[in-house]
Write a protein that binds this ligand. Structure first.
Ligand code: CA
Length: 233
C-alpha cells in the first residue's frame, strides 16, 4: 500500500483528501505545516507528497527545495497544490523540482488520476528535453518551464491554456475531440463536462488573436490547430 504524505494546513482539504485517498486504498499521513511535513518525510518515508504552497512555518516551495536537496528524498514524487491557476506560480514549483501540480479546487477524480500517473511513471527521471521548445511560426513554447511567446514576447496563459496549446502545437492539423482534450488536460477519465474545453479554447483564441484564426472548430468532433497560417505564408 502506497503511503502518501499530505502537507496542508486547511482542515477541510485534509479531511477530504484523507477520506478519498483512504477509500482508494492509499495510506494517508497528514502534516499541518511545512516544518512538520519536512520532518515526516524522513520519519515516515512516504511514497509521494501532496504539498500545499501556502503553509505555516515553512512554505511549500521551501519544503520542495529541501526535499529535492536531500539525497534520501531527491526522487520522491511531489504534487504541488496551488490555490491559483497562474502560470507564474506553477513555474516556481516546477523549477524547484515538483513533478506535477493541481490547482484548487480540484476534484477527487483529478487528484487520483494525477497520483496514479506519478506512480506509473515510477522513478523520477531527469527529463532530457528540458530546454527544448516547440515552435510554429512566431509562436514558441517551452514545455518544461511553461513559457509561451509570440514573436519573442511572453504570453500570459493559464496552465490549462498552456497545456491545450502544447497538445495542438505538438500535432498541427490533427483534430482532437473535446473528450480527448478533457482527459489530457484535466485528467478526467470520462467526458464529464466538455464545455469547459470550449471556454478555454475561446480564451486561448483571444490570446492568440495576433496570429489570426489558428484554432479551427471541427463540427461534431472538436478542435484542430490550423495550417491556414502556413498556407498564407
Ligand atoms: Ca494553505
Amino acid at each position: 500500500m502506497a503511503k502518501i504524505l499530505l502537507i496542508e494546513d486547511e482542515q477541510m482539504i485534509q479531511e477530504l483528501v484523507t477520506f478519498n485517498l483512504t477509500r482508494e486504498g492509499y495510506e494517508v499521513i497528514v502534516a499541518g505545516d511545512g516544518k512538520k511535513g519536512l520532518e515526516m518525510v524522513y520519519t515516515e518515508h512516504p511514497d509521494l507528497i501532496l504539498l500545499d504552497v501556502m503553509l505555516p512555518e515553512i512554505d511549500g516551495y521551501e519544503v520542495c527545495k529541501a526535499v529535492r536537496a536531500n539525497n534520501e528524498s531527491t526522487n520522491l514524487p511531489i504534487i504541488m497544490l496551488s490555490a491559483r491557476d497562474e502560470v507564474a506560480d506553477i513555474i516556481i514549483g516546477i523549477e524547484l523540482g515538483a513533478d506535477d501540480y493541481l490547482t484548487k479546487p480540484f476534484s477527487n477524480r483529478e487528484l487520483i488520476a494525477r497520483i496514479k500517473a506519478r506512480f506509473r511513471e515510477g522513478k523520477r527521471n531527469i527529463k532530457e528535453d528540458k530546454k527544448e521548445s516547440i515552435s510554429w511560426g512566431d509562436l514558441e513554447l517551452w514545455p518544461e518551464s511553461y513559457i509561451a511567446a509570440v514573436a519573442g514576447e511572453n504570453m500570459d496563459l493559464t496552465v490549462k491554456e498552456f497545456e491545450l496549446l502544447r497538445i495542438f502545437l505538438s500535432h498541427p492539423n490533427q483534430v482532437f475531440s473535446r473528450e480527448y482534450l478533457m482527459q489530457k488536460v484535466w485528467g478526467y477519465e470520462t467526458s464529464a463536462d466538455t464545455r469547459t474545453v470550449d471556454v478555454h479554447i475561446s480564451n486561448l483564441r483571444n490570446k492568440l488573436k495576433a496570429l489570426g484564426p489558428v484554432i479551427d472548430s471541427v463540427r461534431g468532433i472538436g478542435y484542430r490547430f490550423s495550417s491556414t497560417q502556413f498556407l498564407k505564408n
